[in-house]
Design a protein around this ligand. Sequence first.
Ligand code: MOS
Length: 745
Amino acid sequence: MSKIPLIGQPVSRLEGQMKVTGSAKYSGEYNMPGLLYGYVVNSTIVRGEIISINTADVKKISGVVEIFTHENRPSLAWFNMQYADMDAPAGSPFRPLHDNEIKYYGQPIVLVVAETFELARYAASLIEVRYKEEKFSTDIQASLAKARAPKVGMAAALKPLPPKPKGDFEKAYASSAAQASGEFFHGTEHHNPLELFTTTTIYEGEGKLTIYDKTQGTVNCQLYVGNVFGLHFKDIRVISPYVGGAFGAGLRPQYQLFMSVMASLELKKNVRVTLDRDQMFTFGYRPPTIQTTRFGANADGTVTALNHEAIGQTSQFEDYTEVVVNWANMLYPAQNTLFKYKMVPLDVFSPLDMRAPGGSTGIHAIESTMDELAYKLNIDPLELRLINYTLHDESTDRPFSSKELRECYLQGAEKFGWKNRNPEPRSMRHGNKLVGYGMATGIWEAMTVPARAEAIITEDGKLLVNSAVTDIGTGTLTVMTQIAADELGLPMEDVTFSYGDSKMPFAPIQGGSFTVSTVGSAIKAAGKALKKKLLKKAAGIDKSPFKNVPIEEVIFENGKIVLTENPTLFMSFQDIITANKGKEIRTINFSVPNVLKLKKYSRAAHSAAFVEVEVDEELGIINVTRAITAVAAGNIINPKTARSQILGGMVWGISKALREETISDHHLGKYMNTNLGEYHIPVHADIHELDVIFVAEKDEIVNELGSKGIGEIGLAAMPPAIANAVFHATGKRINRFPIHFDSLL
Ligand code: MOS
């Protein structure tokens, strides 16, 4: 009897116990004698020049080792290269301590290195900087006249430009039976993972470094350090197995990495640099965005005209782009479309991808406009989606590789009790609370990118799989172990997945919901190659039952190769290793997606969210009392960790719609709530019944695993579903996020 596949089983996290007991070490927890500590001083002006820094006095303090500024930093060979890291947008990346120019509030300008963290921080507080200030602008709403098209960077393949206009939007919209439109504003958000950004650099001698970094890409940081400091890649090892959340903040190397490595190389010492919570607001973020929509439909509900325009924010030095306006025509097959995306460069740091970047912004506008359109048409919002349902992506004129969104709608609606909804706004109540039901669609691209993996049958006959990939808390370790175990027919306990280390085979940055598809595919490829190699070795052994037996006629099961038609004939991995003179057997494989096949299809995960809110009629306080998200994301490798991903996305949806915003004072050009006390995120009291449905979806196109990724789709549909529920409860359509109680009074 062949063993039950591990893929599809709700396996608990393998590292869970280590994490909750504190034995899993994070990048700031690798201690060694003589470790030095760096603390960064940040600019207190927005734009201008540094005139002087009083380093001499502060350096006299006992225990202060060195103070680095733009004046004494080492010269760096490759400091001016354009693409220092894999996630760099078009432009010129920010270079810490490059010169005396200040480009944004909070720019890192000094690194104080001392014998303890507390001393470094204290000494940093004594640093006085004199500036020459210049006029600045940080306000997107006040600078819309400067909006322009983005320059297209290297990341354009993963971030397509808006689809070209089709038909005649203006004419179709003007003559449509029903019209809905909206203006939407999204505030700035900062990722704020619980773990602070820390780098511990171990100086191994002669330009050799071992770096413990908080990152979503060990190889990316290795490349960055090699490029910027002109070191050999092989001399740089970046290790990051445990990551306490990242959400996109770790997609690019952050400045604590630069500071730690620079100080370590200059001082030839081990150096740790930790950014504190306040400093988490001095680099990438989800940009504020302004959107407008105009949708037109026939009286029967068929959407005929779609216009969606967005303006985002970027820095003066890079064109950070998001995919905001590409989704409407992927969802609804209108023949007359007009999509525009622009950006306003301001005196701020470059934005950075944050969970469902662009999607969670654009889909809010799209799905709230669809809700509005449903009211104009007097059609149920769910029915309107079904009327416009399509298996063809009109935006690219390609079929979807698979799309079980209809099942998401139907199963979600059934479990939620959507049919109990009275369509009239302000018609449902619990006591003095207005009750609203809202729903929305979610979509996120299913990407697979190239990666390598190594698979080894070790001397003791067990399986070891290696990849440089990180696990940012999503369950990567567990899921990769499941995939590897199934490929070789082994139980979980006979498989070790070793990861989070740039010395291991190449993995891209962990993001875009593509890690399972990408690294999982590489592991499958390596596993397949290893099976062939094992069979070949087995066939070469004296009196082998496998001479000239093709791989199709054996099964790999429980550490053995077994002849399918006669299971009494087998050979264990251990036997093969013994015959191999006790030496391990290894394969390393590069897995590249089949682009020719893939480009014939649109590939996306879909979801439908159903939300119940209660709104206090006098106080305007909104409470999400129930929510269900039904997800079609192909093959779900681990329903337990996958459910957690969707729940996390749903909580973020509540946060995005109702809580989260970095507030700027544009007269000062700075953020005002740079701490977790005032940067509001949901607490336990905000989270009630959340439910997740995974609908069955088979996809033989996306990749060999049939998996589409679930890191981001859980967030996509929730914000508009909440906004639509608030409208249903109150009759007020609030398009400014987050929705505060005062907008309902
Ligand atoms: Mo995600 S925003 O690609 O880490």
